[in-house]
Ligand binder design. Structure first.
Ligand code: 13P
Length: 259
């Protein structure tokens, strides 16, 4: 069985003081999370402070993106080696906000996935269609293209060390989450593709998270879907009580076998 995973993506939020306070409150509220893995992804500026607040506890640290080289003349960038050195074990890649705002293309995201794996970071490859693509019936075409390009050239063993996140763009920050059925349909499709790109066994072990307006009051029905292995949480990860409630709901689902 796949252990549920809940990741908080703080995006561009939080002064050092706010980040420390939030990480500490989450740490104290989740002393011994059972049946669930928890990752916090603060902005780069707060990574060291959050690492200190989390200490050697069970909550893990991740970043929101990284460069594809280990070092070099790349003004403003942060390398996977630097993230690993800070204690990060995870990195979000291909988030739709970066695809849209920075124009990150699939080929570059693929290089980043490879670089992350080389530095023993777990890449969380994000895919998802826009509202317009869904209206035009292009949901599967879009996510398939993003998945194939993001994982291009990776051996099955490398794919096995990755996590996917399905984040429909129309559900991010809108308060309108995909229904469990809509998400499960896409997750099932992605898992089918993983079988082809890696193997059936690898596809069965890879976690596919859902992201997009996940909150304490919808987390349980989403994560209860057999195909949904956890949540990538934006706005609702910025408050400790709400985020802790989401983690506890995922843990409860994790403790009871699905189906
Ligand atoms: P929201 O939870 O704010 O909709 O954001 C989702 C997201 O983009 C997480 O990466």
């Amino acid at each position: 069985m796949r252990t549920p995973l809940v990741i908080g993506n703080w995006k561009m939020h939080g002064t050092l003081g706010e980040a420390r306070a939030l990480a500490t409150a989450i740490r104290d509220g989740l002393k011994r999370p059972r049946g669930v893995e928890v990752v916090l992804c603060p902005p780069f500026t707060a990574l060291a402070a959050v690492a200190e607040s989390l200490g050697t506890g069970p909550i893990q640290l991740g970043a929101q993106t990284c460069h594809h080289e280990a070092a070099g003349a790349h003004t403003g960038e942060v390398s996977p080696a630097m993230l690993a050195d800070l204690g990060c074990r995870w990195v979000l890649l291909g988030h739709s906000e970066r695809r849209r705002e920075i124009g990150e293309p699939d080929g570059l995201i693929n290089q980043k996935v490879k670089a992350a794996l080389e530095h023993r970071l777990t890449p969380v490859l994000c895919v998802g269609e826009t509202a317009e693509e869904r209206r035009q019936g292009l949901t599967f075409t879009t996510v398939e293209g993003q998945l194939r390009a993001g994982l291009a050239g990776l051996a099955a063993a490398a794919i096995a060390r990755s996590v996917l996140a399905y984040e429909p763009v129309w559900a991010i920050g809108t308060g309108v989450n995909a229904t469990p059925g809509q998400a499960a349909e896409v997750h099932g499709y992605l898992r089918g593709l993983l079988s082809e790109l890696a193997s059936k066994e690898v596809a069965q072990q890879i976690r596919i998270l859902y992201g997009g307006s996940v909150k304490a009051d919808n987390a349980d029905v989403l994560v209860a879907e057999p195909e949904i292995d956890g949540a990538l949480v934006g706005a609702a990860s910025l408050g400790a009580p709400g985020f802790i409630a989401i983690v506890k709901k995922a843990a409860r689902v994790g403790a009871a076998p699905k189906e």
